[in-house]
Ligand binder design. Structure first.
Ligand code: ATP
Length: 790
């Protein structure tokens, strides 16, 4: 017996050692993977560089150099070339094949527009979209450059005229745009090209969006495959391929398809130094999310051009309507709208008649407005690549512009149920989720690694929310192994109950809420706020501790969560999980980073509520004498996100300028809601920036507040009558207040307020300014005017 016991102790010890070693090896593996990635990126960067340097393609002493400079200034009004433009032009002018990878808005077009003017004959441009060709031709014609296009809907007369010009020595035609279908399907056109070639007039073949050739690319077009014969048919014609998006795998594939294995490849950096990248927490309440976007556009980008990208056509419709209602000049753009309407919106935006285009990704290729000051993502993009391309429509004029993504976990599942059928759909999506939940890495560096580049954090120049000195935060790494194990225990339990859990339900069960049979004994309700829990959930998802399991219903696809490939390691205690959190000391007021606002340990701060009712207490007001029975002062600055302002437990005094809260449950429930603000001084409402719902003193102001602050979407406006802080004559079923019935209510004497969820007042009877006899579960903030506005 004793021997067995002794051996058992030894085996256990050895097992522990093995676990530790495995843990260390796993960490080492992670480090090596990251370094491997960096080294590969550096090697690729350097090999491209050396090819460029070897040949000195940035020289200014080619036979065409003077003319190039002259036409650049006189025709295109451009004073200086951007990186890689000169190299590309010199290579293609030397009749060599070339591939240019340059980010959206980088200036790819000039790389063939300018050479076209310097060359004899015609540059043939293959482009995938008719609208894209139309825009370019319009711009070229304005600059007096002879450009034409041929597509399926070109009239016969135009086709004849253009085809004659192709083979006529004296014709002014410089650029001819065609769709790939035209090449693939029109023998007559191919015959004309042969002729043009024989006459020495086929000066260059440009293939825009060249990644469309490859099946590995995200935008494969079968007709692009036909371009493979061009090199064979026209061996003397240099090919110039352009793209903003090509991994090395796609690039190799494209070279093979186009038969240009030895072409030069130039890659401009994907760093757009003038773009400020930021991720913000998105409210789970639609009206609040819209408040935030409205406030952002109104205050930070007044009358400036921007785009709001949405997840779906319906979302785009709703956001447009909401912004318009709030006085923003917005237009909608998505695939369900008629082409005429889409074009009207696009043109009105180009002419600054509307400021904001609210769109799905259909608003994409060919947008060339220089002064787009902001691109907001109202919902998560489906990949880093998409985010980069869509955000990249901002700041084409090189001036500072903002790219702001609003993130919330629920959007991950909206996207995942759309992309999970794509080959790398989920992988790409989780890449952008990792970007969103990151607390400290430079956003630029994260973007860079997606494009196989390494950008030094120092080059960010404070142009992202993590590098911006004004938003600096320190972070702390915390062990969340126990949390993750608890999540897996809840999932195990649900499996035994034969129940599936969505992310929301999983969090609910984990928090020991929802159906009793889904709560698990031994799993303690986490004391962290919902954002923290969502963040942990997202982290578990991208690290493979949990995974999505998709089920189809007749109307939609539902994503349930189940244990992931790495769950076993965690359950068996063979892996520790840690995660970075913003440390509480460095949190700033009003900051809406998605990063967790409080450390996991700060439980008392977690439970502080967001006030539902804010009473502005100015000198003359009768409120100054108001007292609330049965209440606890918890905070003195109106910002419950800042734990440093939280009073310690046991402070039961009632005082001016504090949240008065008693009931923890209602506090938690109301935590994330914005306050209703009641003021006896109507000017208060104008000055305040609580982003909340406002009821002011005078009916006229109240109406304005209702209109401006969009209470209608959260309340039934038509049932709010003559609202007045001092006398709410009849407020019925207002959702904003969640008051079932408030009758002849008056701030000084609320005769009967029942089931008031907003105030969480169970019963308020014979209340008066100096003594509210029975106020329970009050969730009220009483502020001095000064602290309210300070
Ligand atoms: N060297 C330059 N200096 C200043 N502006 C430039 C320069 N080169 C190009 N531009 C301008 O930059 C803008 C974007 O150029 P362009 O449309 O060629 O971008 P792109 O790389 O083709 O982008 P996309 O992938 O979105 O089509 C245009 O307004 C163009 O006139």
């Amino acid at each position: 017996m004793d021997d067995y016991k002794k051996e058992l102790v030894e085996v256990k010890k050895e097992l522990n050692d093995v676990r530790e070693q495995i843990q260390q090896l796993l960490e080492h593996q992670d480090q090596l993977e990251r370094r491997k990635h960096e080294l590969e990126a550096l090697l690729e960067q350097n090999s491209t560089k050396s090819a460029q340097e070897d040949e000195q393609w940035d020289r200014h002493d080619f036979s065409w150099s003077n003319e190039l400079e002259d036409k650049m200034k006189s025709v295109f009004k451009i004073q200086e070339l951007r990186p890689m433009q000169l190299q590309t032009m010199n290579v293609t002018m030397s009749n060599k094949d070339c591939m240019l990878i340059m980010p959206t808005g980088g200036g790819k077009s000039l790389c063939f527009h300018l050479p076209a003017l310097l060359s004899k004959g015609v540059t043939l441009v293959v482009s995938p979209l008719v609208s894209l060709m139309e825009d370019q031709i319009m711009a070229l014609v304005k600059l007096n450059v002879a450009a034409e296009m041929l597509n399926a809907s070109t009239s016969k007369d135009t086709v004849n005229r253009v085809q004659d010009e192709m083979v006529s020595h004296n014709a002014p035609l410089k650029l001819l745009y065609v769709t790939p279908e035209k090449l693939a399907k029109s023998k007559r056109f191919m015959a004309k090209l042969e002729k043009m070639y024989q006459l020495g007039r086929f000066s260059r073949l440009v293939i825009d969006e060249v990644h469309c050739c490859s099946q590995w690319g995200h935008d494969f077009r079968p007709d692009y495959k036909f371009l493979g014969i061009m090199k064979r048919q026209f061996p003397e014609v240099p090919i110039l391929g352009l793209t903003a998006t090509a991994t090395s795998k796609v690039l190799e594939d494209v070279k093979k398809i186009l038969n240009i294995p030895n072409c030069y490849v130039f890659k401009a950096s994907f760093n757009r130094p003038n773009l400020y990248y930021e991720v913000r927490e998105k409210s789970g309440v639609q009206a609040e999310a819209m408040d935030e976007i409205h406030k952002l556009i109104k205050n930070q980008f007044p009358n400036q051009s921007g785009i709001v990208y949405c997840f779906s056509k319906k979302e785009a419709d709703d956001v447009t309507a909401d912004l318009r209602r709030r006085g923003i000049k917005a237009g909608c753009y998505h695939a369900d709208l008629m082409a005429v309407e889409r074009s009207r919106v696009h043109q009105a935006w180009l002419a600054d008649k509307i400021h904001v285009v609210v769109a799905t990704v259909a608003f994409g290729m060919g947008i060339d407005k220089p002064d787009v000051r902001f691109v907001i993502h109202n919902s998560l993009s489906k990949s880093m690549e998409n985010l980069y391309q869509e955000s990249g429509r901002a700041g084409r004029d090189d001036k500072k512009s903002h790219c702001i993504l609003f993130y919330r976990l629920q959007d991950v599942f909206k996207q995942s149920s759309m992309v999970f059928t794509e080959q790398t759909g989920l992988e790409n999506l989780y890449g952008i989720v990792a970007y969103c939940i990151d607390t400290n890495r430079c956003r630029r560096s994260v973007i860079a690694s997606h494009f196989g580049e390494v950008w030094d954090k120092a080059h960010c120049n404070g142009m992202c929310d993590h590098c911006d000195p004004a938003k600096q935060k320190s972070t702390q790494t915390k062990d969340i192994t126990k949390y993750c194990q608890d999540v897996l225990t809840v999932l195990d339990h649900s499996k035994r109950q034969d129940q599936r859990l969505t992310a929301n339900k999983l969090i609910e069960s984990w928090m020991q809420k929802g159906p009793v049979n889904m709560r698990v004994k031994g799993v303690e309700a986490p004391s962290s706020n919902i954002l923290t829990l969502e963040r942990i959930m997202a982290y578990m998802l991208i690290r493979g501790y949990i995974k999505e399991d998709f089920h189809f219903t007749p109307y939609s696809t539902i994503s349930y969560l189940v244990p992931g490939p790495k769950a076993k390691l965690l359950s068996m205690g063979m892996e520790n999980v840690s995660m970075d959190f913003i440390s509480s000391s460095s949190q700033t007021n009003g900051d809406s980073q998605v990063a967790v606002k409080k450390s996991l340990a700060t439980t008392s701060a977690e439970n502080q509520p967001k006030p539902k009712l804010v009473v502005i207490n100015n000198e003359k007001s009768a409120f100054s004498e108001m007292k609330f029975a049965d209440s606890t002062v918890a905070n003195d600055n109106g910002n419950d996100d800042n734990p440093s302002h939280t009073n310690g437990e046991g402070d039961n005094s009632t005082q001016k300028g504090g949240i008065i809260v008693k009931d923890e449950k209602s506090a938690n429930k109301l935590k994330k809601r914005k306050p209703v603000i009641v003021s006896s001084d109507e000017s208060d409402a104008d000055d305040m920036d609580f982003g909340g719902n406002i009821l002011t003193a005078k009916p006229s102001k109240a109406k304005k507040a209702l209109r401006d602050k969009s209470i209608p979407s959260t309340s039934n406006q038509d049932t709010v009558k003559s609202t007045d802080a001092l006398s709410l004559d009849s407020v019925k079923s207002t959702d904003a207040l969640s008051l079932d019935s408030v009758k002849s209510s008056d701030a000084l004497s609320l005769d009967s307020v029942k089931s008031t969820d907003a105030l969480s007042l169970d019963t308020v009877k014979s209340t008066d300014a100096s003594s509210l006899d029975s106020v329970k579960n009050t969730d009220v903030l009483l502020l001095d005017s000064d602290s309210a506005f300070g």
